[in-house]
Design a protein around this ligand. Structure first.
Ligand code: EPU
Length: 316
């Protein structure tokens, strides 16, 4: 394993005879990956730092951010400068370079909403290429870098388009409204939204520095309207989100909780007590055990509700 702090260092590695034919795994913060075994090849941790304003006017700023910057540090930097667009994405672990791969999202906002461009490096040639937002094919926890182009490119920097005034405030999400109310916020601005999101996340989600976890382990499944009706019939209080195409998205955390998994501990691993979508490692558990637990959870959700869960975390 090695770290790189510049794109030139990557090119140097590529030209080195020892590494030229190695399989390569690019790591950001490592906060959305589960190792079930060792990786047979070269692990490169991307620590390319730096941010530059590449253009701005009265209303917007275009900020280029290198891949190795911690995502949350970037969010705080934007809030301190009164640049809007990423405040709902506060306290998400991981690096900026990893963020577009799964189109990180929380509380009604996804990174695709602010991305102007993504700069990548061709893993095999070291050549730098740019992708526009459209070319990234973003979807729910999805992008071209997680699908067709998986392992072909790694992200070296991203360019964000942020607002300097008339910020697009997004507080439709019930949990944000509740928290703003609880914190007696009268002046809703990007700072108060960020503070509210930080409080919600701290209450619900375990800090990966204290308890090993990779955030939501599964994606929220999308089911047909008919399937939704038949589950809703038996479970009238089931939460749901409507999608654009007549389908319905169901919170996987709710499905998992209904199957009795929430807070369950099996030796050194388990299901988080405040959010059933998060699997945790209390210390000495290993990746294989976590993977087995995830399969057991998915089987019981399938059996009880007929719904298939797919993983959000990258499993290696
Ligand atoms: N719920 C339960 N039981 C649980 C967990 C959730 O009943 O154990 C219910 C909640 O009561 C609520 C609904 O499910 O009605 C949704 O819960 P929550 O607001 O916690 O959000 P989520 O759908 O479980 C998603 C993202 C999170 C993101 C939050 C907020 C996915 C896979 N996860 O979780 O993202 O922070 O919304 O927007 O879409 C991540 O990707 O790692 C992540 C944490």
């Amino acid at each position: 394993m090695c770290t790189i702090t510049s794109t030139d260092q990557y090119k140097e590695l590529l030209s080195h005879p020892v590494y030229r034919n190695e399989r390569i795994l690019l790591l950001g913060g490592g906060s959305n990956i589960l190792f079930t075994k060792d990786f047979d090849g070269l692990v490169i941790k991307v620590e390319i730092k730096g941010m530059t304003i590449i253009d701005e006017d009265y209303e917007r700023v275009l900020l280029k951010v290198n891949a190795g910057e911690a995502w949350h540090d970037l969010v705080i930097y934007c809030i301190n400068n009164n640049w809007g667009g990423v405040e709902n994405l506060s306290l998400i672990p991981g690096t900026t370079g990893a963020a577009p791969i799964q189109n990180i999202g929380a509380y009604g906002v996804e990174i695709k909403d602010v991305i102007e461009e993504v700069q990548v490096i061709d893993v095999s040639s070291g050549k730098i290429i740019s992708f526009t937002r459209e070319e990234c094919c973003f979807g729910y926890r999805q992008s071209i870098f997680k699908e067709e182009l998986k392992e072909k490119y790694f992200i070296s920097s991203i360019t964000l388009s942020l607002t300097k005034k008339n910020h697009r405030i997004s507080i439709n999400y019930g949990a944000i409204q509740d928290m703003l109310h609880q914190q007696n916020v009268v002046d809703v601005n990007i700072k108060s939204i960020s503070d509210a999101v930080i409080s919600i996340r701290k209450n619900k989600l375990p800090d990966p520095l204290l308890i090993g976890n990779a955030g939501s382990f599964f994606k929220n499944p999308t089911i047909s309207y008919n399937q939704y009706l038949s589950i809703k019939n038996i479970n009238p209080t089931m939460p749901y989100y409507t999608t654009e195409n007549q389908n319905v998205k169901i919170p996987a955390g709710w499905l998992i909780e209904q199957c009795g998994w929430k807070g369950k501990r099996i030796n050194n691993i388990g299901v988080h007590q405040h959010q059933a979508l998060v699997l945790v490692n209390y210390g000495d558990g290993n990746g294989e055990e976590i993977f087995q637990l995830s399969q057991d959870i998915a089987s019981s959700v399938k059996e009880k509700f007929g719904v298939t869960l797919t993983t959000e975390v990258n499993i290696l």
